[in-house]
Ligand binder design. Structure first.
Ligand SMILES: *Cc1c(COP(=O)(O)O)cnc(C)c1O
Length: 398
């Protein structure tokens, strides 16, 4: 039995089985590279679902983390803490939103958005008590809390977890007319990913977000974008909505905001919306802690300083072109934006799980989503040479 097999067997005895990891035991990582317990080296083209967009152990992140850890790490929001203000100011500046509310995980920031939208629905729009509706898209992914899974269209996310939270309506993704038809006087918000990540990196038709924006404005409905995975440079712009030249009323960020070392998320919105979350209405012990604030601020600065969105755009276009040049009956579709690409496979020829296991064996980390799509989302700091190395492995699979 290899050390890897021994580890996996042992871990099966005491770890809850809510994940089915690929058969590798990682030990350390730096930049775009990771090493397992047997010393084998891998190119990371997963980036922990974009949480590691800056690469592993970015020197500036590690420096900010260590300095702040020695200074003041956690003090709760019972007090003001010096590092929080510059982080919040930076968040508001790059998003153009008025107010920011820091949380930890993406799901918590989505929950924050739901609460803020409902409050706005009652206190500003005048929706009768307990009647507020939020419209969401089919095949959405917004996290795993009980309320969030309540509006998932994926049965395995819900089975055995009822009763579910009411107040959500599901419409097809990418269909602006369906949104128009679904809105009622009780609709407070439309919550959507600009590009659906977990669904398989689904890019909506051109003009979709612009039409959504127009409909939301005309119907007095908040347009809330979940950019937890698509945001912070991943798609070739700082935020995916910039491709559509729209501005959302609420914006949810996470994953890469933690610089690849911790969970940092935020919900941002206009003063009209977020000023309604008055003292006592919402909170989080760890949300916006000094350590998270220092790391989050540094992450935002690095994305700007290293022009990671631009890198993502140019390398992503190159990557897409190279993938499209692969001729194989196993490949059904290639889609994405920037360094965020989904390769849809014909599962009768090559199931995506098998493909990700074969890529793993060849030294490339990726992960299937929904049996048929392979996702490629390398750290945005990847060089063209490193990307070419990854491409050579991908090409060898077909
Ligand atoms: C990952 C993800 C979330 C949930 O984030 P967690 O940190 O896992 O709670 C929410 N929305 C989107 C679009 C995501 O990709």
């Amino acid at each position: 039995m290899t050390p890897t097999q021994a580890f996996i067997e042992k871990s099966g005895h005491c770890t809850a089985p809510n994940y089915k990891p690929l058969p590798v035991v990682l030990e350390r990582a730096h930049g775009v590279w990771a090493w397992d317990v047997e010393g084998k080296k891998y190119l990371d083209m997963m980036s922990a679902y974009s949480a590691v967009s800056l690469g592993h152990a970015h020197p500036r992140i590690i420096k900010a983390l260590c300095q702040q850890a020695q200074q003041l790490a956690v003090c709760s929001r019972a007090y003001h803490a010096a590092p929080l203000l510059p982080f919040i100011e930076k968040l508001c500046a790059i998003t153009g939103q008025d107010l920011a509310l820091p949380m930890n995980t993406g799901a918590e920031a989505v929950e924050t958005a739901i609460k803020a939208a409902r409050r706005w629905g009652y206190q500003v729009k005048g929706i009768p008590e307990n009647k507020a509706e939020i419209i969401v898209a089919k095949e959405n992914f917004h996290g795993r809390t009980t309320t969030i899974i309540s509006f998932s269209s994926e049965p395995s996310y819900q089975a055995g977890f009822g009763p579910l939270t009411p107040g959500f309506k599901i419409i097809p993704f990418g269909d602006a007319a369906a949104l128009e038809a679904a809105i009622t006087p009780n609709t407070c918000a439309f919550l959507v990913e600009p590009i659906q990540g977990e669904a398989g990196i689904i890019v909506p038709p051109a003009g979709y977000l612009k039409q959504v924006r127009a409909t939301c404005t005309a119907q007095n409905v908040l347009m809330i974008l979940d950019e937890v995975q698509s945001g912070l440079g991943r798609t070739g712009r700082m935020f995916a909505y910039e491709h559509a030249e729209v501005k959302p009323d609420g914006l949810i960020l996470g994953k890469a905001l933690g610089g690849g070392v911790m969970a940092v998320s935020a919900f941002l919105a206009s003063r009209e919306v977020l000023s309604l979350l008055t003292p006592g209405s919402h909170g989080s012990t760890f949300g916006g802690n000094p350590l998270a604030a220092a790391v989050g601020l540094e992450a935002l600065k690095i994305i700007e300083d290293e022009r990671l969105a631009e890198r993502s755009a140019s390398l992503g276009a190159y990557f897409m072109e190279q993938l499209k040049a692969i001729k194989s009956p196993a490949i059904k579709a290639i889609r994405g934006q920037g360094l965020w690409i989904g390769l849809e496979l014909d599962p009768s020829i090559m199931p995506a799980r098998l493909a990700s296991e074969q890529l793993l064996a060849k030294g490339l980390l990726t992960k299937e989503t929904h049996e048929r799509t392979l996702r490629f989302a390398p750290p945005l700091v990847i060089t063209k040479e490193e990307l070419d190395y990854g491409l050579s492995i991908i090409v060898s699979l077909f």
